[in-house]
Design a protein around this ligand. Structure first.
Ligand code: PLP
Length: 454
């Protein structure tokens, strides 16, 4: 006979826990419930979720819309394989995503998360090139310090040296140009606009060097999230990128896994750049954490190229277009529209930016405050005047994360060595339903957390 199970499972990191935790040496609270913008642990402590996990929980943790949608869908039909059936939820989700999309983005391929979305976009791009008679196009150009997911294809397409290092022999080598990161890289003798044109022009140089006929796509985040901390490109950068891609027949893939689905104040972040990509990857806020779901929205040209070629996309996952996940995502899209949440993102985003600037604008360890909508980053530095980063051994990001949890705050600090540039930042991405009082609570708790670390 087995021994009776303990009433409460073993804590993270203890010898009795059988979970393969990612950070087994870090003690974590045990989450038991969610109420609006708060997560509650098993001791009853409440944490204000100022980062939506990692920019996921855009409706907070107890929104009745997706909860009911999931319950109803599971009762009716939990799963129907998309190679046999379409369904109301899949069709409606695609309609909603296309209705709000820029340019000729017109067809939605549904997957289960961000890495899958990026892999799918890369394969769509490749198959399109083959179908239109340009099989020599296979090279992916992306940016240094970028992150596009952790599966091998997505990791191989990214430019984050730290995340790639262990797996390098398994990854595509890739070509990486500079990110658009004005705080660190703009020269004193150039305007922001000139800086943006200069770094965008690195794409043209990379294409020419690789051989334009071999380049398949340029992949970039519209607003750089996890690795840089909510860094929007400067004015004109993406328009120049689009021009260069068009000049050489290179596809533009925008990764909006983090920045998309309303986080920056428009459904697609690229709407604010005045460009439409050929493919856009979305996930995270698409299911708002109620279900894992992601998608690639493809231009008509890509779809037509494949359909009028071999006639089908050589790709697929068992859970692509999972009907319950899609039902949750439909409910999220409806809530965003019915509750006018994009307006709240813009309005509370402005308020958050103002409060952060008031409180931390002269903080000796906050070098830069940036972002868009409810997607804000604070760059943490040892010295504000020189922009000198913290010594990595100080582990400022890890310390801040722990201190924030102590203070009942969930923020998303990241740090470490990034391609020779050290950098630490704290990312804020609160739910779209956040109120002014809750923004104040976030800023107060962040202040207290920073004070206990620095
Ligand atoms: N792309 C970007 C920009 C991301 O921020 C992430 C995750 O943080 C991904 C892709 C990968 O998404 P997922 O973790 O859902 O696989």
């Amino acid at each position: 006979m087995h021994d009776a199970k303990p009433a409460r499972p073993a804590p993270v990191g203890s010898a009795e826990s059988h979970v393969f935790h990612r950070f087994p040496k870090v003690t974590m609270p045990r989450a038991v419930s969610g109420e609006g913008v708060y997560i509650v642990d098993d001791g009853g402590k409440r944490y204000i979720d100022a980062s939506g996990g990692a920019a996921v929980s855009c409706l907070g943790h107890s929104h009745p819309g997706p909860i009911r949608a999931v319950q109803e869908q599971v009762e009716r039909l939990a799963f129907a394989h998309t190679s046999f059936f379409t369904s109301d939820a899949v069709e409606e989700l695609a309609d909603l995503l296309v209705e709000g999309a820029p340019g000729d983005l017109d067809r939605v391929y549904l997957v289960s998360g961000g890495s899958e979305a990026v892999e799918t976009a890369l394969k769509l791009a490749r198959q399109y090139c083959v179908e239109i008679g340009q099989p020599q196009r296979h090279r992916v150009i992306s940016r240094r310090q970028s992150y596009h997911g952790n599966t091998l294809g997505a990791l191989g397409a990214g430019g984050n040296a730290w995340r790639r290092a262990t797996y390098e022999p398994l990854l595509a080598p890739g070509t990486h140009i500079a990110p658009c990161y004005a705080y660190r890289d703009r020269r004193d003798d150039e305007t922001e606009f000139e800086y943006g044109q200069r770094v965008a022009d690195e794409l043209e140089q990379a294409i020419l060097q690789a051989g334009p006929e071999t380049v398949m796509c340029f992949l970039a985040e519209t607003v750089a999230g996890a690795t840089l901390g909510a860094v929007p490109a400067v004015e004109g950068y993406f328009r120049r990128i689009r021009e260069i891609c068009d000049r050489y027949g290179v596809l533009l893939i925008l990764d909006e896994v983090m920045a998309g689905m309303g986080r920056t104040g428009t459904l697609y972040a690229c709407e604010q750049e005045g460009v439409a990509p050929d493919l856009v990857c979305i996930a995270k806020g698409l299911g708002a954490g109620y279900q894992p779901v992601g998608a690639v929205v493809a231009s008509r040209r890509i779809y037509d190229g494949i359909v009028s070629g071999s006639g089908f996309f050589q790709h697929g996952h068992t859970y692509s277009g999972h009907v319950t996940a899609c039902a949750a995502a439909v409910a999220v899209q409806r809530a965003i529209r019915e509750e006018n949440l994009l307006e709240n993102v813009r309005c509370q985003g402005d308020y958050l930016a103002t409060r952060l600037t008031e409180r931390f604008g002269n903080h000796r360890h906050v070098g830069n405050i940036r972002g868009r909508g409810l997607f804000m980053g604070l760059e943490l530095v040892a010295d504000r005047a020189s922009k000198e980063p913290f010594d990595p051994s100080f582990r400022v990001a890890a310390r801040l994360k722990a201190a924030a949890l102590e203070h009942g705050l969930i923020c998303y600090p990241m740090g470490g060595v990034l391609d020779g540039q050290r950098g630490d930042h704290a990312l804020l991405a609160p739910p779209f339903i956040v109120t002014e009082n809750q923004v104040d609570e976030i800023v107060d708790k962040l202040d207290a957390s920073l004070a206990s670390v620095l």
